[in-house]
Design a protein around this ligand. Structure first.
Ligand code: PLP
Length: 429
């Protein structure tokens, strides 16, 4: 499969090149040249397929032939070595738990898939690749874990000082080896801006091979379409009108769901659930796209002022506002509403949701008011203990720490403090 740049001022390129470069030379995001729907029998027979088989069939058109079939099968199997259960709360609402991976956030799948693709492309290449990534919380840990020990790849993670949870910070600062953490005096937007400046810095990129492991990278973004298929497999015999509420920040996850829909998955509607960082919620009302600086909330992985994948969503719906509106709704919620939702979920269903999942739950409730016959699946994008302070404070109950979290708690943080792009550049060189 070849990819084109959404800025349309760079040559089309291969999957391999798109993964290694991250962004196109004209700074556009890459997008696949074509999307061929899967066959009807694929969906009819989905009950008979394993998760790895579903994922392989769904992703192969975007990856072959640069990764051979047998290797892609192995990559998919290794990526998906944990479960993706749907838990039903009531007749109208379920949650898809995406937190059973090594760092307990949904980003594990994209990070593990991308790391393996890059490892394959780099297998007999002497030139090192540096993965530069900005994180608002969970990307850092997932990328650190996914890329740990991958030959020929160095990982540099920028995170905003004091704005990620303790557990998130541990996950990205304690691994060592080829993983380096930079603690930035600033916000997530500052981290993201520094990363963007680095990719634009001709002097820097002439001296090193840089790539991104944010969801702008096609190998991080596309595997997220698996989730929607896994939920469908678990629910399609029970419910017809399945809609997804996706807690959204950079809009990579919901956009991947739309790719699953383009592949033929019968998804009726998407709900982009936002905290107060709500540029898309506002856009769907006013048709004016007005990014704003990010605001800090208790669902910090969604504190994104200018969602990088929204341009891909517009491409999927051919920049047609009315088609977009038919397929996606968006709602925005305050921290207070989020806390109330966490308590409601706990009291009504004896289920512990993290703040991001709770925003997704609120999105379901808003949508169901006008669409009472739908079955809404909200994505539980992180395990509640990743946000221990908020969760325990709201439900007033101690939470046991899962083994994945326990394993990083005792380790020592190693991070370099930086304050400016110049600091970043001299660190990289
Ligand atoms: C990254 C993240 C999100 C937002 O996902 P996007 O693909 O950026 O929209 C939501 N919840 C959690 C827990 C995350 O880590």
């Amino acid at each position: 499969m070849n990819y084109y740049s959404l800025n349309k001022k760079a040559p089309n390129t291969t999957f391999k090149n798109a993964v290694i470069k991250g962004l196109a030379p004209d700074k556009g995001l890459y997008f696949p040249e074509s999307i061929t729907p899967l066959t009807k029998s694929f969906f009819d027979d989905i009950d008979k397929l394993s998760y790895s088989e579903i994922a392989f069939e769904a992703i192969k058109q975007f990856v072959l032939p640069e990764i051979p079939e047998d290797i892609l099968k192995t990559i998919v199997e290794e990526t998906l070595s944990f479960d993706f259960p749907v838990v039903q709360l009531n007749d109208n609402i379920s949650t898809l738990e995406l937190f059973h991976g090594p760092t307990m956030a949904f980003k594990d799948v994209g990070a593990r898939f991308m790391a393996r693709c890059l490892g394959y492309f780099n297998r007999d290449n002497d030139e090192e690749v540096t993965v530069l990534v900005a994180t608002s919380g969970d990307t850092g840990g997932a990328v650190a874990n996914g890329f740990l020990g991958v030959k020929g790849v160095n990982v540099v993670i920028l995170y905003p000082s004091g704005k990620v949870s303790d557990i998130q910070e541990k996950q990205l600062t304690t691994l060592g080896q080829n993983i380096k953490a930079l603690e930035v005096n600033g916000t997530f937007d500052d981290c993201q801006a520094m990363v963007k400046t680095a990719f634009l810095d001709e002097d820097l990129i002439s001296k090193m091979q840089l790539t991104s492991a944010n969801s702008i990278n096609v190998a991080r973004w596309l595997p997220q379409l698996f989730y929607f298929m896994f939920a469908y497999k678990q629910l399609h015999n029970t419910y017809d009108d399945i809609v997804f509420s996706v807690p959204s920040g950079n809009f990579g996850n919901v956009c991947a769901g739309m790719m699953a829909q383009q592949l033929g998955l019968p998804i009726k509607h998407f709900i982009a659930s936002n905290n107060l960082n709500n540029v898309v919620t506002r856009y769907l009302v006013s048709q004016l796209y007005e990014p704003k600086p990010s605001i800090q909330t208790i669902s910090n992985a969604m504190d994104v002022g200018a969602p990088s994948n929204f341009i891909r969503i517009q491409e999927i719906y051919k920049n047609d506002f009315s088609t977009l509106k038919e397929n996606i709704s968006s709602y925005s919620f305050t921290d207070e509403e989020t806390r109330d939702a966490m308590l409601e979920i706990y009291n009504s269903y004896n289920y512990v949701a993290d703040p991001h999942g709770a925003v997704g739950y609120l999105g379901c409730k808003s949508y169901l008011q006008d669409n009472p016959n739908a079955h809404c699946v909200f994505l539980e994008t992180a395990h509640p203990t990743k946000f221990l302070d908020v969760v325990e404070d709201v439900i007033k109950t101690k939470q046991p720490l899962p083994k994945q979290i326990q394993s990083v708690m005792g380790k020592d943080k190693e991070a370099t403090i930086i304050s400016s792009y110049e600091d970043l550049k001299s660190y990289l060189l």
